[in-house]
Every structure is written in C-alpha cells, then in structure tokens.
Design a protein around this ligand. Structure first.
Ligand code: GLU
Length: 438
C-alpha cells in the first residue's frame, strides 16, 4: 500500500512551489490507489495560524486535490516525547547548552579555518555535574547523535545519493524551550503513519540523510525519497522571494483555471511537453517521477494564461452554468452565451465585459471613412430580437445596397456592433445582442 503525504507548515498560504510538492505526492498516491495524507506541520505555536490551516485546505480543495486523512502535529506532542525518550534510551539523543551566540562563534571559527561548520559535539563530554550546573543557568536543547558514516539512498529523481554524516551537524530535535522541531515530528509521523514515499524539494536532501538514520534508529521503515528541483523565475532567478506573489489564492483571483495550473506543474521540468490535461485521470496516467530532471525548473506565471484560455474553451456549459447565472445572463440565453464567448476570453473575468456588451450594447468603433457606410447598414438592420438568420440576411442586403464585400463589408459592422475587431462569430453573437447602439 502506497502512502504519501503533503506536509505544509501553516505559516503562510500555499504558493506555486508548495503546490508542486503537493501535486507530486497526490499523483503518486492516486496512481497506485494508495493513501494521500494532508499533514499539518504545526509544532511551532508562534508561527502557525489557524487561518493558514483553513487557507491550505481551501486552496487544495479549489484545485481538486483531495486528501484521505488530515493529521495535525500539534495533536501528537506526547508521541514525540515518547520517541525522544526512545532515542535517549538508545544513547542517540544528547543535551546541549550552547547559546545561539556561542554556536555562531564556533561556526565562524571553523569557517575561518576553512572547515565545514559542523557542531563539535562538545556537549557529549560534559559531566553530569557540569550539566546540572548548566541547567540552573539555562535550558538545554537536544541533538540527535548521528552515526558518522556515509548515508546512501537511491533518490526517485536524483538517482544514487550519498552524504557523509560527518559533514553534517547533529540535528537539534528539541529546542531549549521544549518545542519539538519539525525533524523529530516528521520522522515519527512518517514512521507511525506508514508513509512509503516522500517527495519534497531539493532543499531537503541533507535533512533526508539525517532522517534516514533517525528512522532506522527508532525501528521505522525508511520510505522511498525523491527530491524535485526547486522552481526559479523565468530568468533563472531564485523564486523564494517572489513566492509570496505566487500564492494559489492570488492565481485564483487572477482567474487562472485549476486544470491549467495542475497540468503545467504536472509536466514542468519533466521530459514531457507541457500541455493541457483533460482531467486528473489524464495527469495521473502520464505522471512518472523518473521523467523529471534535477536542474532548477523555470516557472513563468505568464505560461498559465494560454493554458487557462484553452481550459475554458474545453469547458462544458454545465461547469460554468452557475457563474454565468450569477452574471445575470437569463437562463434561455446562457448556453449560447457560453458557446459564443468561451473562445474569446482569457479568464472567466472577461465574461462580465461580454455580458454588458450584449445587454447594453458596445461603444461603436467607427472609422471616419466607414461612417456613412455604417449608418446605411444600421438603417437596414431590423429591430431586436435578432435570430440565427439575421446576420446573413442583413449583410446580404447591406452588400446589395452599398456594393461592399468581404472584409470591408464585415469588419466595420463587427466594430460598430462590438467595438472590437476580434470576437465571436457574428451570426451566433447577433441573436444575443439586446441593445444595439444605432
Ligand atoms: N513542513 C515541512 C516543510 O514545509 C515538510 C517537509 C517534508 O516534506 O518533510 O518544509
């Protein structure tokens, strides 16, 4: 049984970078008929906010990424204490007393000597009397004692990886104030919840190495790990600072379609071309982790626009019926309204403009040299309501009366009726127009 999880910290809204992780884990679980867990990593009580927990759920819901289970780390603190005790009894957990300033000094010293800034484990040599004395002064924090050997795994994306544990500081798992840190919570949960596959960003590769040792220490089964590349901006610039502007809710407000975003992220950085998927089934079927590369992946929010337009063109009326009704389009016209407009919008927001054009008429766009011609044509236009024949009958009579044909006949009429040089098929649009400005 495949079990994956998406484990956001509720310290902000989800952005496009988080979504990539969520989607990969979701697709893997669904493809295998497995379980997808939404795990809220909320052990930091100061930075975690309920508002973000709700926001994360809303955003995933909007995209159609449905989880089978929700877990909250803040509800499992007792369990993390148990695992901490287990690590203590295995002599893999030790208390340290350095202050942040002291640690910083040590780091700088090592760096000055050209050495990697790895914690020197001096706390291991403290006697119990020294520890008792230090405890009077300050709170101790707890580190996991790494076995200083090479840690190896075959990464689902990066291939064979090997990290020398001696080049990594023993990770702090419990802070001086008692707060359980992400790593302890995460290895406990991955073990207890039977997580079989973990996909996350390449910034977690070193974490993975140490977590493998921790999971082994507590007798857990090490999941299969895969690290996807990080997204960059279109010029290869780090996206981290801009991710705030790429929040999923902002993309939603900008009118981007879920299927456009999902299709883009399910292919971007893989050997498959980015194209609009029909539905989740199609995304699931084509998804293979091994198709993804290790190079940083360029993401350009502009690329979502053509995909969004395409997604709208493919949308059946039933899916937009409600939104169209909310615009005020009468039910008997709604279906035609959608057929007429969907090829001519970039986002659903553009429907509003089309509806007001249809309801109230457009500001005509008439070139000076066409003024007389348009006036003549308008005199020939029958009164509303129009029907499917109106356009062909009308243009035929205008042609006869004026001698114009082809583009010089049709374009000025389109511009006079819609104020635009592009747009829907006029024969279909005309019956919808309720108020032509003559
Ligand atoms: N809460 C962690 C993060 O957002 C989860 C990382 C993981 O997948 O283990 O970075």
């Amino acid at each position: 049984m495949i079990v994956t999880r998406f484990a956001p910290s509720p310290t902000g809204y989800l952005h496009i970078g988080n979504l990539r992780t969520a989607l990969f884990n979701y697709l893997i679980a669904r493809k295998a008929g497995g379980t997808f867990i939404l795990r809220i990593d909320d052990t930091d009580p100061e930075r975690s906010k309920e508002e973000y927990v709700d926001g994360i759920k809303q955003d995933l819901d909007w995209l159609g990424i449905h989880w089978d289970k929700v877990e909250r780390q803040s509800k499992r603190l007792d369990r993390y204490e148990e695992v901490a005790d287990q690590l203590r009894s295995l002599n893999r957990f030790y208390e340290c007393f350095e202050t942040p300033t002291e640690l910083d000094l040590k780091r700088k010293k090592l760096l000055n000597m050209g050495k990697p800034p790895v914690y020197d484990r001096s706390a291991l040599s403290l006697s119990s009397e020294e520890k008792d004395r230090l405890r009077q002064e300050r709170d101790g924090h707890w580190r996991f004692l790494l076995n200083q050997e090479r840690i190896e795994w075959t990464d689902g994306i990066l291939g064979d990886l090997s990290i020398d544990a001696a080049s990594v500081s023993d990770p702090v798992l419990i802070r001086g104030d008692g707060q359980v840190l992400y790593t302890l919570a995460s290895i406990t949960d991955d073990t207890d919840m039977g997580v079989t596959h973990v996909v996350r960003g390449a910034d977690h590769v070193t974490n993975t190495a140490t977590q493998i040792q921790m999971i082994q220490a507590i007798g857990g089964k090490v999941p299969a790990f895969a690290h996807h590349s990080l997204l960059t901006g279109p010029q290869g610039e780090a996206l981290s600072k801009r991710l705030g502007t790429l929040a999923l809710r902002d993309l939603r407000d900008a009118g981007m379609e879920p299927m456009a975003i999902l299709s883009h992220l399910a292919r971007l950085g893989s050997s498959d071309p980015v194209e609009l998927g029909r539905d989740f089934d199609e995304l699931i079927e084509g998804f293979e982790l091994t198709k993804f590369g290790s190079a940083p992946t360029k993401f350009d929010v502009e690329d979502l626009k053509p995909l969004t337009a395409k997604a709208l063109q493919a949308k059946p009326f039933s899916e937009v019926q409600e939104e169209i009704a909310q615009l005020g389009v009468p039910a008997d016209k709604a279906d035609t309204f959608w057929k007429v407009t969907r090829d001519n919008i970039e986002t659903m927001h553009d429907l509003k403009g089309w509806w007001s054009l249809i309801r109230d008429g457009a500001e005509p766009d008439i070139a000076d040299e066409d003024a007389e011609f348009v006036q003549q044509a308008m005199d020939l236009l029958p009164k509303e309501p129009f029907d499917e024949q109106t356009w062909s009958e009308w243009t035929a009579s205008v042609k006869q009366a004026t001698g114009r044909k082809g583009k010089s006949l049709f374009m000025p009429l389109r511009k006079a009726l819609t104020g635009q040089s592009h747009g829907p098929d006029m024969a279909t649009l005309l019956p919808l127009l309720q108020n032509v400005k003559r």
